[in-house]
Design a protein around this ligand. Structure first.
Ligand SMILES: Nc1ncnc2c1ncn2[C@@H]1O[C@H](COP(=O)(O)OP(=O)(O)O)[C@@H](O)[C@H]1O
Ligand SMILES: [Mg+2]
Length: 293
């Protein structure tokens, strides 16, 4: 999960100027899938934190999350020796069909970082840039809402042009174009899925059974509580306390039995039902069929 990659990475010369000078404010890293966004963010975060900069890192990709389990987005920061970690649940491994939770979650995390006094927020975004899937609108909306001071763009062949054209015309935010590293490589759908499975397995390691009384914890958006459904335990501000996996739901008694790494229900106010189902006892997962409860 916290895949702080220790293997040597290729550092193109165009990255050198950036490493040396931490950029202030919200810095969004934009690019298609597998162009090396997360690798660049890990690298810059390390360099900029070494320079003593009050740096927050926002992992905004629920599909290939680096700082938290799949289906979530995470803010990590350390300021004056104090660590802060906040996490939100998106409910699925793709932004498609979850744009609002993704956008609102990102806004909450950015606000939390700003309130905590981050000088720089380095935001690793999802690779959804295809306008036919709403990718362009998602990026424009994020930029309008969050008002980043800079965009670092990673491209192979000008694939961000459609998104960047109106931004250039506006004159903000500053755009810092980088070429994707030659070593950035496409991963197959199967490879990504296996990566997520391993991350879920690691998240649920040591999980125990908790029984919730659903008269005291509200379930939303709908009580689709089939066995093996992924759910999120959230606190009074909607921050993620931890993930859970449904074991059994006794509707007449309103008792829900969950597997979860969360040790107790202290601070848990709501249970947000995700869109993924695990298969059997494994961590293979698929999107559950839509159903109105
Ligand atoms: N600069 C680099 N040096 C070496 N390997 C890289 C580099 N950038 C990306 N990769 C490799 O390419 C793959 C995709 O990179 P990743 O950073 O996860 O892309 P993205 O976040 O854009 O989807 C990973 O296997 C990663 O290790
Ligand atoms: Mg990534």
């Amino acid at each position: 999960m916290s895949a702080t990659r220790e293997e040597p990475i290729e550092i193109p010369t165009s990255w050198h100027a950036l490493e040396a000078r931490p950029l202030p404010g919200l810095v969004m890293v934009l690019g298609a899938t597998d162009v090396g966004k997360s690798t660049l963010v890990s690298h810059l975060a390390k360099r900029w934190a070494e320079a003593g900069h009050a740096l927050a890192r926002l992992d905004g990709d629920p599909g290939q999350a680096r700082l938290g389990p799949p289906t979530t987005m995470t803010l990590e920061m350390r300021i004056s020796g104090k660590a802060l970690c906040r996490r939100v649940f998106v409910g699925d491994v793709t932004p498609a069909g979850h744009m609002l939770p993704l956008l609102v979650g990102a806004a909450k995390l950015v606000q939390a970082a700003r309130e905590a006094g981050a000088e720089t927020i380095l935001y690793d975004t999802t690779g959804l840039i295809d306008p036919r899937q709403g990718g362009a609108h998602l990026k424009w909306s994020k930029i309008d809402l969050l008002r980043p001071s800079a965009l670092i763009t990673l491209e192979k062949a000008r694939e961000l042009e459609l998104i960047l054209t109106p931004l250039r015309q506006r004159g903000w935010p500053e755009i810092i174009p980088l070429k994707a590293a030659m070593a950035a490589r496409r991963r197959s759908i199967e490879e990504r899925r296996r990566g997520r499975e391993a991350a879920f397995r690691c998240t649920f390691e040591g999980a125990t059974r908790l029984v919730l009384d659903l008269r005291s914890v509200a379930v939303f958006p709908a009580a689709n509580l089939d066995p093996n459904r992924l759910v999120a335990l959230e606190d009074d501000r909607g921050w993620l306390v931890g993930l859970g996996r449904v074991e059994a739901w006794d509707e007449p008694l309103r008792r829900l039995s969950l597997w979860t790494p969360v040790p107790s229900l202290e601070g848990v106010r709501t249970l947000r039902v995700g869109d993924l189902l695990f298969e059997g006892r494994s961590f293979r997962h698929r999107r559950a069929a839509a159903r109105i409860a």
